[in-house]
Design a protein around this ligand. Sequence first.
Ligand code: FAD
Length: 258
Amino acid sequence: STEEPWRPFNRSRVYMADLESALHYSLRVEVAAFDVLEKDTLKALNKYVSVLAKYFPGRPMVMNLLKSLNSWLKNQTDNQISYEAFKQVLDNTAQVPHTALPEGVRWVGCQGSQPHFRRYPCGVWTLFHVLTVQANATGGSDHLEVLNAMRNYIRHFFGCRDCAEHFENMAREDLASVDSLQSAMTWLWFRHNRVNNRIAGALSEDPLFPKIQWPSPEMCPSCHTVSESGEHKWKKEQVLSFLLSYFSSSSILTDYLE
Ligand code: FAD
């Protein structure tokens, strides 16, 4: 593929262009790996799209598309659907004005210094952090709705199979301990840091974006403290409010959208 120009961005903000790019890649590339969706893959797709239709803080055009995709899926009575049929709803939006998911990817906050760094996996993390925060903001009734949808999406569709296995192990370990919409946000934050820790320094790490225990003391001074024995400790309440504001729909930047 041709080299894209670097898009200057603010490293401590979330960009809608990354979220839409992640949706494009998941719905038009990863899900497309299945000619037919049935049983567990169909269930996983259903829950994923339903969570997106409910909580994705998107532009009206994109929300219209997610809602039409969701109601189409809900109306299917066969126990299998073809990707072709799904794709028609995804792409054939000519009859309904102002309904579309832009084609292609346009990474901004998830750009990497080389094409094999960051991008989609970065977009996936960002997307699900945003969704847990949105579910909390809108008072979703099932506190595990977003994380279960994520777990099943990753398990069945995420292209990095090692990642999927690691994530499934973490979910099996203690996802069940999540007992509120707030603990869903902090569970994902804490687990994401565990992944950062495990893969820091690996070949997959973009040297311009080193893996850190996030947020850094520069981003959130009040999130960090030191125990009497000199160990680093998180201030969970501060982290929670940091997540709420960092991933809130009102802080998402719309630069570089088509
Ligand atoms: P990412 O880790 O992708 O994070 C994206 C952005 O989220 C960061 O830029 C930062 O702004 C923010 N962020 C960082 N940490 C946190 C946090 N704790 N809480 C909230 N926000 C945060 N790669 C492997 O090599 N091995 C694996 O086992 C593996 N498992 C993965 C499992 C999942 C579910 C996913 C989505 C990805 C996985 N990856 C794995 C990919 C890896 O985690 C990174 O996504 C990839 O290396 C790109 O890193 P990045 O620098 O863009 O930051």
